[in-house]
Design a protein around this ligand. Structure first.
Ligand code: XUL
Ligand code: CO
Length: 441
């Protein structure tokens, strides 16, 4: 086996006091939390696009990433070598799952036919690499935003020929995901949105988007792909307005087009914050609809207003995510996909390891803290106590929908001014702090 990361050992758990940067301080894959191994709760995935294909360029300068395995060409030979390096990385970092776009793993050819051949060849290569390891595909997706033909969108392009290309691409990306035993398939809007309403027929574009999704559902059932379909909300960037703005917008769209039974959501932290929400809000909205499928794990930066895709290192963030995941009983097909990139200055191969270790440890710690908060029970008790008045006879009848406005008036008149209790936000935050800062968790 090749060794593209010389001097980097397989990363192991050494505990919180270790000074070794190439070790886990909190992520102990087989250690149990709430009766299940950490790896089963967290279901970490590494993404191919940032890990293997992001050269770390920005609008002001060229890529900085050192990738000695990559000759910079679009040859199949180079694509195969990258895939081998990626699996070497997965093995050493100890991540069980991965995610990819079709174009990350296989170069686009001159024609649809050659492009399909490239993808089929790379699907074979990935299948062999999966077979030789215990790595699995969390989800696949189609890149419907990088090629210039998608400048005005894919499913929502004003050109029917572009729509056809999008369909062709989705078909083969689902095939590849299916062949690799993928547990899910993601639809991220890419360039499905608009830059100006002056040239946009919005309702027609949204109908086209629903039509393409319906075709994908139909195809999935015909070929027997049983993985989950996810929509990944994002409010802006690259388009000025993205149609999949946030969880509520996506759920409304799916309901309106009778697609809610076929999709759940893939929630990304930095997309939530771009929409003016916390990720906890987005997870709550998705979970309330029974549609919290998977998570793209990253974070934004408080001083920057765009999709910076930082590796998630904030313990309050990871705690809030893992509380929600535990509350819903864990992931079914989903997981925590590090849709995150190193900073441009972190250009050495070893930085890939430092970045993932930082994210994995932050989530492992968040998981432990979340479990400790749940075991403590005070937060849950206080939440239930806050709604205790609804356990009354009147409360129950209102919730069943069998009370009239006249009855409410009679009750209000008889009961007089209600007793109100404090919301106790600061107390709640200090309970969380007790666990975030405790060396016991
Ligand atoms: C873009 C983004 C994508 C999707 C997959 O912001 O998050 O990488 O996760 O297409
Ligand atoms: Co994402």
């Amino acid at each position: 086996m090749s060794d593209w990361f010389p001097g980097i050992p397989a990363i192991t758990y050494e505990g919180p006091d270790s000074q070794d940067p190439l070790s886990f301080k909190w992520y102990d894959a087989d250690a149990e939390v709430e009766g299940r191994p950490m790896r089963a709760h967290l279901r970490f995935a590494a993404c191919y696009w940032h890990t293997m294909r992001n050269v770390l360029s920005d609008p002001f300068g060229a890529g900085t990433a050192h990738m000695p395995w990559d000759d910079g060409t679009d040859s199949i030979e180079n694509a195969v070598r990258r895939a081998q390096v990626f699996f070497e990385f997965l093995e050493k970092i100890g991540i069980d799952y991965y995610c990819f776009h079709d174009r990350d793993v296989a170069p686009e050819g001159e024609t649809v036919e050659t492009t399909n051949e490239h993808l089929a060849k790379m699907t074979e290569v990935l299948g062999t690499l999966q077979g030789a390891s215990n790595k699995r595909l969390l989800w696949g997706t189609a890149c419907l935003f990088a090629h210039p033909r998608y400048v005005h969108g894919a499913a929502t392009s004003p050109s029917v020929d572009v729509f056809a290309h999008a369909g062709a691409q989705i078909r083969r990306a689902i095939d590849a995901t299916h062949a690799l035993g993928g547990e899910g398939y993601v639809f991220w809007g890419g360039r499905e949105g608009y830059d100006t309403l002056l040239n946009t027929d919005m309702s027609r574009e949204l109908d086209h988007l629903a039509t393409l999704l319906r075709m994908a559902v139909d195809y999935k059932h015909r070929i027997g792909f049983e993985g989950a379909f996810y929509i990944e909300p994002k409010p802006k960037e690259p388009a000025t307005h993205q149609y999949d703005f946030d969880a509520a917008t996506c759920l409304n769209f799916l309901r309106e087009h009778d697609l809610l039974d076929e999709f759940s959501l893939n929630i990304e932290t930095n997309h939530a914050t771009l929409a003016g929400h916390s990720v906890a809000h987005e997870l709550e909205v998705a979970a309330a609809a029974g549609a919290l499928g998977s998570i793209d794990a990253n974070m934004g930066h408080a001083q920057l207003g765009w999709d910076t895709d930082h590796f998630p290192t904030d313990l309050y963030l990871t705690t809030s995510i893992m509380r929600r995941v535990l509350q819903m009983g864990g992931f079914a097909t989903g997981g925590l996909n590090f849709d995150a990139k190193r900073r441009r200055g972190s250009f050495e191969p070893v930085d890939l390891f430092h970045a993932h270790i930082a994210g994995m440890d932050a989530f492992a710690r968040g998981l432990r803290i979340a479990a400790a908060i749940r075991a403590d029970g005070r937060l849950d008790d206080m939440l239930h106590a806050r709604y205790a008045s609804w356990e009354s006879e009147l409360g129950e009848r209102i919730e069943q929908g069998s009370v009239t406005l006249e009855e409410l008036e009679a009750h209000a008149a008889a009961a007089g001014e209600p007793d109100l209790a404090s919301g106790q936000e600061e107390l709640l935050r200090s309970i969380i702090n007790q666990y975030v800062t405790s060396p016991q968790t």
